[in-house]
Each structure stands twice: as C-alpha cells, then as structure tokens.
Design a protein around this ligand. Structure first.
Ligand code: DX5
Ligand code: ZN
Length: 216
C-alpha cells in the first residue's frame, strides 16, 4: 500500500478548506504541511497557527515537514498544533537526541529528512529511533520543481538499510505518476505530491492512481 500525502503548498490558497476536504474525500490518508523559515530554505510559508486551524476540519494524518534552521526551537509550537508527525532535516538539527526525546514525550511520530546532497549513511545512527524518513527529490524550498533522478539509488539504499524496521519511506519533490512509479519500485511507500495532485485535471482520480502504484 502506498500512502499519498498531498502537499498543501500547491493547493489553491483561496480555497484551502475545500481543497483539504476534496483530497480527504478522495482517500488521501496523510496531509503534508511544508514549514519554511527563509533561512534553511530561501522561502517562507506558514506557521503553527495555520496547521492548528485545519486540525478540527480533518481526520487525515498531519505530516509536518520542518524546513527550518535549529528546529528544536519550534518543536513546542508545532507539538501543540495537531501534528501527528514532525520531520526535521538532519542537516539543520543540532540536537537530534533532544528532538527525539521531545517528540516521543509529546506522542508525535518522528521523521528525519535528507536533502539531495546528503548521503543515506547519515541516517544510520538513528534508525532505531525514528518512524519516518523523507528523501528530498528536489532542493527544498519550492513546489513545482523537477524530480532529481539520481536520488533513486538513495531510496533503494535506505530501503535496504532499514531492514525489517517499521519505518515509512517518503519521497518529496517533483513526484507524479511517472517519477512516483520509479520511487515505489525502489522502496518508497509514501508519495508526497503537490503540483501533480492539485494541478491535475481530476485531482481525486490522480490520488487514486498514485495509490495504485503500490499494487503494481
Ligand atoms: C519542497 C516541499 C515539497 C513541495 C513539493 O520543498 O518539501 O513538499 O511542496 O511540491 P511538488 O510536488 O509540486 O514538487
Ligand atoms: Zn515537503
């Protein structure tokens, strides 16, 4: 089974509640929130109040992707806004063990993310402590970029590395039916997609087709 996580960044900003209801009705199980601070990435997006606003309106699993420097500073705010999982960037996190302890105590699932230039080996010391790995398949900061295909080998390497551990493997950036199929072949089981879903002619149908990649 492939989990599809629509990335809200590509949704119609004037109709976010309807867009969220639409992807939920289509069967999406996760909703992906991209949090950007203008330092770790050259863009700004939204903060915890934004996530909190949507919490009572949806049953989806709220997957928060923190693209921020020194993420530990923001954990108390995001732990309190309805996030089910928080993913921090390994390149930005100075106190990884403290971050894990905080999230565990807050009953929030723990994700680690890698930029395209970061090698899979960086995850090794943490594999027994995390629930989720997010492999960036574009340079983080903007939606609508092209998939970087040299990340495919990294997916396979990570899949092998985690062995039987129940860790989900997500890809994020430029994911569509074509690139998503390649990622699933390599071992990804979470497809985060913004533009491919929200700009599709028929977004609910696109979500179903992405989910079906897991059956091939
Ligand atoms: C990029 C974000 C992605 C982004 C993906 O930094 O992490 O989640 O929204 O957008 P698409 O699918 O349009 O590449
Ligand atoms: Zn993201």
């Amino acid at each position: 089974m492939v989990i599809v996580a629509p990335s809200l960044l590509a949704a119609d900003i004037g109709h976010l509640e309807e867009q969220i209801a639409m992807v939920e009705k289509a069967g999406a199980k996760w909703l992906h929130f991209d949090i950007m601070d203008g330092h770790f990435v050259p863009n700004l997006s939204y903060g915890p109040q934004f996530v909190r606003h949507f919490r009572p309106l949806s049953q989806m699993f709220f997957d928060v992707h923190l693209m921020v420097e020194n993420p530990i500073r923001f954990l108390p705010m995001f732990a309190d806004c309805g996030a089910d999982q928080i993913t921090v960037h390994i390149e930005a996190a100075q106190d990884i063990e403290q971050i894990f302890a905080y999230l565990k105590k807050s009953n929030i699932k723990i994700g680690l993310s890698l930029k395209p230039e970061t090698s899979a080996g960086a995850l090794k010391p943490y594999l027994d402590k995390i629930n989720h790995i997010l492999i960036m398949t574009v340079n983080p900061g903007f939606g609508g970029q092209s998939f970087i295909s040299n990340q495919l080998d990294k997916i396979a390497e990570i899949k092998k590395m985690i062995g039987k551990r129940p860790i989900t493997i997500a890809v994020d950036g430029g994911v569509n039916l074509e690139t998503g199929a390649l990622c699933v072949q390599k071992g990804a089981n979470v497809l985060i997609a913004g533009n491919a879903i929200f700009k599709a002619k028929n977004p609910p149908q696109y979500i179903t087709e992405l989910q079906k990649l897991g059956e091939k």
